[in-house]
Design a binder for this molecule. Structure first.
Ligand SMILES: *Cc1c(COP(=O)(O)O)cnc(C)c1O
Length: 408
């Protein structure tokens, strides 16, 4: 009889967002008249900008004729997109990259979990608490952890608490770690890292010969000029860091699917004899073995993001979200809430009222204001007592939600 990967049985039941939807649905059924506003799940709501739609339509037309048809493309992505990425996202910020260091994919969610394939199971993994749930769960599935304890934390993972006390910037681990997940601007806290903070982590990783997995999915939401958009803007990062980016939040591609990872050629990890091995060729091998490239239509759409019109149109959408974020931040602060994030990220992270647990506060906000948010505890135990609201809504909904919030 076939056997299963038993690591799946270690995963904690009741994944965060299904439970959020279940409670919202149950409330709606009991209160059919309630007009629920969702500021919960992190998905964009604005339609794709016209220049991207045009580029994708043209790409579809290309598929209709034998001489412009595209079958399998290069696994690593089309040069037209890779060159646009390097020029606009990196060269413009003083970072040089070779085409072979950029890997186009169909999502940063898959990239941040698939990357684990190329690292040994004996690596000790450090993850911020709270964090994007994918980092923990994909390490559990890979078999890099023991069982979960009563707090839902897995044996062998080094958790790095991020709370108001440390401004949501994790302390350097005091025990040995080999792989470190950092996400800035952060989901869920909205915190950002300065060059000084990233420098400290890079130095730490260089000393320990550790690898940093840097998730920059929200870099486009940075509004302060002194905050780095890429970890490679900081000296020494190419020796230790892999960076993940996505068009999902930047350009509304959550339903289109296009992202990329940067794996510098100089990044090394230890082989069986302790000798250093280049990580880039391993990721290239993994990528071309298990992946056949993001679709031509998606990549054509992504390339349009970098045209002058594309930059303007995507910026306009991000500005809508960030104006929502500003409104949420301001309104909640006026109501006396302790609020974080929302300045360089589409997420607002707030302390619950009266020290309530995250889920109790979720129920209270749902019942008293008919607003769905996300309980901070769902992102990790250090998120207990916090609550996340997202700016991915229409301005009208955000306005109404903020009026209702006074009744929470
Ligand atoms: C939304 C998000 C991503 C992007 O995932 P895609 O698979 O590219 O849609 C990556 N990391 C974080 C932290 C996110 O919130």
């Amino acid at each position: 009889m076939a056997t299963i990967n038993e690591n799946f049985l270690k995963l904690q039941a009741g994944y965060l967002f299904p439970e959020v939807s279940r409670r919202a649905r149950a409330y709606q059924e009991e209160n059919p008249g309630a007009k629920i506003i969702s500021l919960g799940i992190g998905d964009v709501t604005q339609p794709l900008p016209p220049v991207i739609i045009e580029a994708m339509k043209k790409a579809v037309d290309d598929m209709a004729s034998a001489d412009t048809f595209h079958g399998y493309g290069p696994e690593q992505g089309y040069d037209f997109l890779i060159d646009a990425i390097i020029e606009n996202d990196y060269n413009s910020r003083g970072v040089d990259l070779d085409r072979s260091e950029v890997f186009v994919s169909d999502g940063a969610k898959c990239d941040t979990s698939n990357i684990l394939d190329i690292f040994g199971l004996d690596n000790v993994v450090a993850i911020t608490d709270p964090s994007y749930p994918v980092y923990v769960d994909s390490n559990v599935i890979a078999g890099r952890t023991g069982e979960a304890n009563e707090k839902g934390q897995f044996e062998k993972i080094v958790y790095m608490p991020c709370t108001a006390e440390n401004d949501f910037i994790p302390e350097l681990p005091s025990s040995p770690v080999d792989i470190i997940y950092l996400c800035f601007p952060n989901n869920p806290t909205g915190a950002v890292a300065t060059k000084e903070v990233l420098s400290k982590w890079i130095e730490f990783a260089r000393e320990r010969k550790a690898v940093i997995l840097f998730d920059a999915a929200y870099e486009a939401f940075i509004t302060k000029p002194d905050i780095p958009h890429s970890i490679y803007e900081v000296d020494g990062a190419k020796d230790v860091a892999i960076e993940f980016r996505s068009f999902s939040k930047t350009a509304g591609f959550t339903g289109v699917r296009c992202a990329f990872a940067v794996v510098p050629k100089q990044l090394k990890a230890a082989g069986p004899d302790g000798k250093s091995v280049g990580v880039n060729p391993l990721w290239s091998r993994r990528h071309s073995t298990k992946f056949n490239g993001a679709s031509y239509v998606s990549q054509a759409g992504a390339a349009a993001v970098y045209t002058p019109e594309g930059k303007k149109q995507t910026r306009r959408i991000i500005d809508i979200y960030m104006s929502n974020a500003n409104l949420i931040r301001g309104s909640l602060a006026k109501l006396g809430y302790e609020v974080y994030g929302g300045v360089n990220a589409p997420y607002i992270w707030l302390k619950t009222l009266d020290g309530m647990s995250s889920w109790n506060f979720f129920d209270r906000v749902l019942q008293n204001a008919n607003i769905v948010g996300t309980p901070g505890a769902g992102f990790g135990p250090a998120g207990q007592g916090y609550f996340r609201l997202t700016a991915f809504a229409t301005e009208a909904n955000v306005k109404e939600a903020m009026e209702r919030f006074s009744g929470v």
